[in-house]
Write a protein that binds this ligand. Structure first.
Ligand code: SF4
Ligand code: SF4
Ligand code: SF4
Ligand code: FES
Length: 949
């Protein structure tokens, strides 16, 4: 799928066509054209292959009408109206070319060019500059005003942003960047300062881009028609010569990106306009932070060693795979068939995940397979399956454009899911109401032109009490969607739920003592959600990563059902998935109890289907979950692990417990692109391939399956799926796939919700939201439309049970954790990019009151102790926190955030309770014992990785 890099620009956005849309016909340059009413003349012409010159218009932004290049003549009208701002009308007769128009346009161009550097041949935009194009199109041959008048040619470049430059001398003040920052991104970091000739684009209050509010999304760079805003990669490498559409490998938004290439080198990433998850937008990670793929730290040669104190030995792929296979066989012969297992990565493709779980079930002969979704969204799987019948979100992201009330609970979209956040913010600026339930004052609570109607700033660990209080108000004040419930839900379960929720113990007045949120606020928020029109719920790890994570997910589904907010656009229950392929890794059978398509391994019919297809008997009992693997390792019964693309040492809670378990194992095979923290405990290191080096698919938070396309050959020789195939063959279980499309074909054959999915179909449709089968050949944007997947929606009683993790005199504060925009999870990728310029270390956010009480000042080192361990970070004193609660991110291994988290977990799924750890914080002078030992161990391991050939 090699494409040209030029994408057609229609000048103004398309009008949505619905059944109610009126179509109108007019004449442009003698051709009859028919378009939806409200379409601009510029777009009407462009859709019919008539290109009107333009500079300030672009089809991702509302028209502005400033450059006057797009003037046209309309019969019966005086003057020359701008075609970008003039709507087409039925019967209009329009001319886009005439001698007079040519003269006016030339005049406009002369003015621009007289104040523009004439360095086209050495300009980075040469070959991709709209100003240059327009000079050509308008036939500009001379500039009558000369170049000596007042101009801006000496203005200084702003190179503060690591990814793009701002060269004001080339700016034509078309306002596209300002509008992109407002309309597309919603950050409002740019303004036009000054008037007339003095007008200039300015970041913030005449600050540099890095000092301003800019979040480096790149929307302005993309919108700029000149070289004023240009990617540094383009400045270094020149213009790309072809592009390949693929999918971002960072978060669960799943943005479609065009990798613009020169041979095998990425020149830049451009969000695909037709990408349904992102519609032409991206964030600082997807658009800019891809340099890790070619970072010098990449592991490119397989390595083995007998003990983790031995130096690594570089070996051939054959030797490494033979060694891994022989070790797994040896361990099984010694400790039994169940003594080994595998971990599927939510960073890898669906096809790779499918192969790892197949390897474990068919080649290892057990069900000891789990995935990192265990530690993030496993409660979503359990909670939504139980209540609605399917372990997935109900909507498309686009659906938020029809929401009237948006409830965000335990999620921080502007940092974790930035492109979706931009879409959500757009809807909020149009007037939708916002309720935020979060212990921290996240940016969404108050940002430019957005202010949450309610911020229910609850104490960490009290989500269930909060959700029950909302339900109590809805039930007792008669705000339920009675007919929806009567028609769509299991009435017995509903009656029980209603009785339970009516109890005084669930009232906001009682739960106030638990959540800390005033009852009146909760009552008003509940009324708004229940009566404000289409209500959509978006939630994240602040819901799931709790001892009662599954209970809150079910509580959220209850709220949606009780208010009739399921089964159409603008509503729904929407888990914001963390990693790029969390949804997919769950879909394709990575949990120890489920075969692909969420079918229990104990279901004989399903198991028989797989046994016949795979030609081996399968165990009927669920295998070990990740925490059980650690326990079994410490017991001596689990001795071998195949870990693909996961860093369990950094990402799983209670680090000391994890490392002790790994140290107890006899053979750990890590497949990764870097020597990550887990690899330091490994015996076999198989080089992984980045998303740029392989074919496959990712499934985002909307259930959208999108193609990942190889844009360069695997740096270490093999894509990850090929390595799993080779390992399986050595273990005596043959796998014979020639291409990932064959793996997807097998997934489709074996999984009822995927039967219509194939690479051919994905190429045709761009992406597909499962279920995709005979009933839904083009996929399913909205789920549970006429009835719930499980038949009747099932209300579940959600009894609040306080977590065991209590504040005490010894540990008086609650630590909660999360992410920041510029970094990504364990940081293995983003730490190896310029994104460290925004966030170079994890910090501990603490309220001024708590800081003052402890004599802590901003920027000082603070020790954080919990009953699990101790680490040291620098403090950030901020009123974003509530008193009694501290917060940190977990992007840097030396911070050891998970040294302090405990092994408490969700009652249903074992998802760790990352969000609630009782801690004490105090001012300290040096690193913790754990950090000192980590530094020593890390140095030792890096030394052992120096190649010995
Ligand atoms: S990079 Fe994004 S946030 Fe920054 S100024 Fe441009 S559009 Fe605004
Ligand atoms: S920086 Fe680019 S987009 Fe912004 S006003 Fe100048 S020329 Fe237009
Ligand atoms: S929002 Fe997520 S998927 Fe989109 S570009 Fe950013 S990190 Fe990638
Ligand atoms: S493109 Fe219409 S006025 Fe600039």
């Amino acid at each position: 799928m090699i494409e040209t890099i030029i994408t057609r620009d229609f000048g103004t956005p398309a009008k949505e066509i619905t059944l109610a849309t009126e179509m109108i016909t007019l004449t442009i340059d003698g051709y009859q054209v028919t378009v939806p009413a409200g379409t601009s003349l510029m777009r009407a012409a462009a859709e019919n292959a008539i290109n009107i010159p333009k500079l300030c218009a672009t089809d991702s932004l509302e028209p502005f009408g400033s450059c006057r290049l797009c003037l046209v003549e309309i019969e019966g009208r005086r003057g020359y109206p701008a075609s970008c701002t003039t709507p087409a009308e039925a019967g209009m007769v329009v001319r886009t070319q005439s001698a007079k128009l040519q003269e006016v346009r030339k005049g406009v161009m002369e003015l621009y060019i007289s104040d523009h550097p004439l360095d086209c041949l050495t300009c980075p935009a040469n070959g991709n500059c709209e100003l240059q194009d327009m000079a050509g199109v308008t036939g500009l041959r001379e500039v009558r005003y000369g170049y000596e008048g007042a101009n801006h040619l000496k203005l200084k470049k702003d190179e503060s942003n690591p990814y793009f430059t701002f060269d004001s001398s080339k700016c034509i003040v078309c306002n596209r960047c300002v509008r992109a920052c407002e309309e597309t991104q919603g950050t409002f970091a740019l303004t036009i300062s000054g008037r007339g000739f003095e007008s200039r684009v300015s970041a913030g209050q005449s600050e540099s881009f890095m000092e301003s509010e800019c979040v480096s999304c790149g929307a302005c760079v993309e919108a700029c028609p000149t070289a004023t805003l240009t990617e540094k990669s383009v400045i270094w490498l020149g213009q790309a010569e072809h592009s390949i559409t693929t999918t971002c490998a960072y978060c669960g938004v799943g943005c479609s990106l065009k990798a613009e290439m020169k041979g095998n080198e990425v020149v830049r990433m451009v969000p695909a306009k037709d990408g349904k998850a992102n519609e032409g937008h991206a964030c600082v990670k997807g658009r800019f932070a891809w340099g890790y793929a070619t970072h010098k730290d990449r592991i490119l040669k397989p390595m083995i060693r007998s003990k983790i104190t031995d130096p690594w030995k570089e070996v051939s792929w054959d030797e490494a795979l033979d060694y891994a296979a022989s070790e797994f066989k040896r361990i099984q012969a010694k400790h039994g068939v169940d003594s080994i297992g595998g971990i599927v990565s939510s960073r890898c493709t669906n096809e790779e995940g499918y192969l790892v779980q197949k390897l474990v079930r068919a080649a290892f002969g057990n069900n000891n397979v789990d995935t990192c979704a265990r530690v993030c969204h496993s409660p979503t799987g359990y909670g939504l399956k139980t209540t609605l019948g399917e372990s997935a979100g109900t909507q498309t992201f686009k659906s938020v454009e029809k929401s009237d009330v948006i409830l965000v609970i335990g999620a921080n979209p502007t940092d974790g899911h930035p492109v979706f956040a931009s879409r959500m913010k757009k809807r909020l600026r149009q007037g939708a109401k916002l309720i935020v339930i979060d212990p921290r004052r996240i940016d969404l609570v108050k940002s430019p032109h957005i202010s949450a109607q309610y911020h229910l700033q609850l104490r960490p660990g009290t989500n269930v009490a909060m959700v029950s209080a909302l339900a109590h108000v809805i039930v007792t004040e008669g705000l339920m969607a009675e007919s929806f419930i009567a028609e769509r839900c299991d009435l017995r379960a509903f009656d029980q739920w209603r009785q339970f929720m009516s109890k005084y113990e669930n009232s906001p007045e009682v739960t106030e003592a638990i959540t800390g949120v005033p009852a009146q606020q909760v009552r008003e928020a509940a009324r708004l959600f229940a009566t404000g029109g289409n209500g959509a719920i978006f939630y994240g790890l602040g819901v799931t990563e709790h001892a009662q994570g599954s209970t809150t997910v079910m509580g959220i589904a209850n709220l949606a059902m009780a208010t009739g907010n399921v089964g159409r656009e603008g509503v729904g229950v929407n888990p914001l998935r963390g990693q790029n392929n969390v949804q997919g890794s769950c879909d394709i059978g990575s949990f120890p109890h489920e075969l692909p398509g969420y079918r229990h391994v104990s279901d004989t019919t399903v198991r028989t289907l797989f046994e016949q297809a795979w030609g081996v008997p399968l165990q009927a009992e669920p295998g070990l979950r990740i925490p059980n693997m650690f326990e079994a390792a410490l017991d001596g019964s689990f001795m071998g692990l195949y870990c693909q693309g996961e860093d369990i040492v950094q990402s799983d809670p209670n680090t000391q417990h994890v490392t002790s378990a790994l140290e107890a194992m006899e053979c750990i095979v890590v497949q990764d692109i870097f020597l990550n923290e887990t690899a330091k405990y490994a015996h076999v290191l198989l080089p992984g391939s980045s998303f740029l080096e392989k074919d496959g698919t990712f499934t985002n938070a909307e259930r959208r399956i999108s193609r990942v396309r190889k844009v360069m050959p695997p740096k270490a020789g093999y894509a990850d799926w090929e390595v799993t195939v080779a390992l399986s063959n050595r273990l005596g279980y043959p796998m014979n796939y020639k291409h990932p499309s064959e793996i997807m074909d097998e997934i489709a054959r074996m999984t009822p919700t995927f039967t219509g999915v194939s690479y051919k179909r994905l190429d045709e449709l761009g992406s597909i939201q499962w279920p995709c089968n005979e009933d839904a050949p083009e996929g399913t944007p909205t789920m549970h439309v006429d009835q719930f997947v499980r038949g009747k929606g099932r209300f579940i009683i959600t009894q609040y049970v306080a977590t065991d993790e209590k504040v005490t005199r010894k540990f008086p504060l609650i630590l909660t954790t999360g992410r920041i925009l510029s970094q990504y999870n364990v940081g293995a990728q983003t730490r190896r990019t310029e994104n460290v310029k925004w966030h170079a270390e994890d910090r501990l956010e603490i309220h001024p009151h708590d800081a003052q009480e402890r004599g802590i000042e901003d920027g000082q080192w603070v020790g954080i102790h919990s009953r699990s361990g101790e680490t040291v970070l620098r403090a950030m004193v901020t009123e974003r926190m509530q008193p009694g609660v501290v917060y940190t991110t977990f992007h840097f291994p030396e911070s050891g955030a998970n040294v302090i988290t405990t092994d408490n977990s969700d009652w249903a799924t074992n998802c760790p309770e990352y969000k609630v750890t009782a801690v004490q914080v105090m001012h300290v002078q040096q690193q913790s014992d754990w950090q000192l030992e980590y530094a020593r161990f890390n140095e030792e391991q890096l030394g052992l990785a120096e190649p010995v050939v």
